[in-house]
Design a protein around this ligand. Sequence first.
Ligand SMILES: NC(=O)c1ccc[n+]([C@@H]2O[C@H](COP(=O)([O-])OP(=O)(O)OC[C@H]3O[C@@H](n4cnc5c(N)ncnc54)[C@H](OP(=O)(O)O)[C@@H]3O)[C@@H](O)[C@H]2O)c1
Length: 259
Amino acid sequence: MSFIESYGPWALITGASSGIGKEFAYQLAEKGLNLVLTARRKERLIEISSDLKNRFSIEVRIAVSDLSLENFLRSILKECEDIHIGLLVNNAGYGITGPFLGNDQKKERDMIHVNCLAPTVLAHEFGSKMMKKNHGGMIFVSSILGHMPTPFMSNYAATKSYNLLLGEALWYELKSWNIDVLVLAPGTTESEFASVSEMKAVNAMPAESVVSCALKSLGKKHLCIPGFQNKLTVALLNFFPGKLKIKTLALAMKLLGRS
Ligand SMILES: NC(=O)c1ccc[n+]([C@@H]2O[C@H](COP(=O)([O-])OP(=O)(O)OC[C@H]3O[C@@H](n4cnc5c(N)ncnc54)[C@H](OP(=O)(O)O)[C@@H]3O)[C@@H](O)[C@H]2O)c1
């Protein structure tokens, strides 16, 4: 089957207003998929949507939604009620750095809503519809930190670990209905993530390479870690004994974030 037959006619991308999500929009548009773009910043989405429509022969819809809110699904479902989403890109997310007990509790809870609850609900909602068509795809954007307990970014790393475990398990479960699930676990990537999360971005990969690695892996692999350096970091740290791994990550966060 072609890419469009497997994952079309529409893709839903969360966090499409910048960084990795925006790049997914351009690369999927190039492959001919129609797009539903969602994020909070409406002006950004309008701008991206009109550029995509000018450059590619596709349809684009926007659904403004704050994924930290209880009713986040309403505007998304409204835009999707008369179309079939063949590919779900669960990309929206942000990080919080700093000592856990020094951080605002609501911010930490909202991050779990955006990074974990929303992707789970969206996977269930659109996965059920893909199951009826007996094909489709889902991408969960985790992080290399999803493989590592990370002091001073503890809750963020835990949310990314959630996406890693959920996505990898669903890769197996959903195969029965020809739904390809991929976990994308990038390292530092060029985007607004570092400034939103108040940390330094060192050796950032272009979002373009991260997304093309994911789209090449979809349907072939269960996990994509883009870039040799990121693969090596995950492999090496997994060899470290538990406490040493945590201490190494703490040191890295002292250099890169708020500690
Ligand atoms: N960049 C990195 O170094 C890196 C590394 C590993 C993993 N990741 C993961 O990659 C994903 C994409 O991040 P990025 O690097 O592209 O960062 P980004 O440029 O900051 O993009 C984050 C996206 O998420 C959306 N978002 C944030 N909070 C939201 C909310 N409450 N409701 C709805 N949408 C929300 C933002 O849109 P609005 O602000 O318009 O709502 C934006 O489109 C995230 O899941 C992140 O954890 C990034």
